[in-house]
Design a binder for this molecule. Structure first.
Ligand SMILES: [Zn+2]
Length: 349
């Protein structure tokens, strides 16, 4: 009988070690410790033994039962631990969770596009302060003392300098023109991108803070034809289309003569009509052109303010709103979206 006990114990321990799941282990437990198990059968036979035999077999049977129970518990623990490890297992070939990435603001994209096109045409990029003196913002660029642009209603006036100079948040990037001219001798060609400020009510096409883009070309023999050529090349490259530029006489204090300039409609190509039918194009209201900005030949008074000799040089300057161009390129219908801080706007780019 001692041998039977040893055999049953060995068989049980081997089966326990081979059980690799909780279900298999439960089955082993029933098979070796259950009512119908060989072990239980052995214990039942104990009553037929003599007291001496019982004294020898009893402890052996108990020892075997304890060993089997301990082995079961240890194996259960091992199976549980393996199961936990399974749960932590990572499939390194599975597609990852997308990382939320930022994107460039549409104005930044447009500014970079513009800078790239102009630098390819040999332009340098110039910069100036956003808090500007009245001299550079108005006087130096020939804005008359009584011009309405200087009015409190249109301009943000800020603290006067200790030296008594009146200061403004610059109302246009034209303020950088004379600053640059004082440091450089023609010929040169520059662009001046930057933020400008106007004290005005906001609506879908006006904001108190926006960006301008100024181009300035100065030399011995610069004409309106140069401006037309460069403008046409720039807008065609910017919109990836064959763009025509049209001038209309206008007045700006810093140029003489001055123009408003329009570009052929980026939607209908200048025909003023939708391609499918004869209805008027919605973008240009049927006239085939879109207003973009102002331009003109640099006023000689501006050159004089910069310290150049009068009539020594000629130059053209032109400017337009960056937001307006971005709205045209990306079909954005309200200028206030740009500074709204609404990420739903930005996420589209
Ligand atoms: Zn059109």
């Amino acid at each position: 009988m001692m041998q039977d006990i040893t055999q049953a114990k060995e068989a049980a321990l081997a089966a326990i070690a081979a059980a690799d799941s909780a279900d298999a282990l439960a089955e082993v437990r029933v098979r070796y410790l259950g009512k119908k198990s060989p072990f239980t059968a052995i214990l039942k036979q104990m009553k037929d033994l003599s007291p001496d035999e019982r004294r020898a077999v009893g402890p052996a049977a108990n020892e075997a039962k304890t060993a089997i129970q301990e082995a079961l518990a240890a194996q259960q623990e091992a199976i549980d631990a393996a199961h936990d490890a399974d749960a932590e297992w990572v499939d390194v070939t599975a597609p990852g969770t997308p990382v939320a990435r930022g994107s460039l603001h549409p104005l930044t994209r447009v500014q970079r596009d513009i800078e790239e096109i102009f630098t390819a045409m040999g332009f340098a990029i110039a910069d100036g302060p956003e808090v500007e003196t009245e001299f550079y913002n108005f006087d130096a660029v020939n804005v008359p003392t009584d011009h309405p642009a200087r009015d409190m209603q249109d301009t943000f006036w800020v603290q006067t300098t200790p030296a008594g100079e009146r200061q403004v948040l610059r109302t246009h990037t034209t303020s950088v023109q004379v600053r640059y001219m004082q440091q450089h001798t023609p010929p040169f060609r520059i662009i001046i991108p930057g933020r400008v400020f106007r004290q005005e009510a906001t609506d879908s096409t006006h904001d108190h803070t926006f960006h301008q883009f100024e181009a300035l070309v100065v030399g011995d023999d610069v004409s309106v034809a140069h401006f037309l050529d460069i403008a046409q090349k720039f807008f065609s490259a910017f919109f990836h289309a064959d763009i025509k530029v049209r001038l209309r006489p206008s007045y700006f204090p810093f140029v003489e003569p001055g123009f408003e300039f329009d570009i052929s409609c980026t939607k209908c190509g200048g025909s003023g009509r939708n391609s499918e039918d004869t209805a008027a194009c919605g973008a240009c209201k049927g006239n085939g052109y879109l207003e973009v900005g102002g331009a003109g030949m640099v006023h000689q008074n501006v050159f004089v303010a910069a310290g150049y000799e009068r009539d020594r040089y000629q130059g053209f300057a032109w400017g337009f709103g960056l937001e307006r161009l971005a709205m045209m390129k990306y079909k954005i219908d309200d200028i206030r979206h740009f500074h709204s801080g609404d990420v739903r706007v930005i996420r589209q780019f």
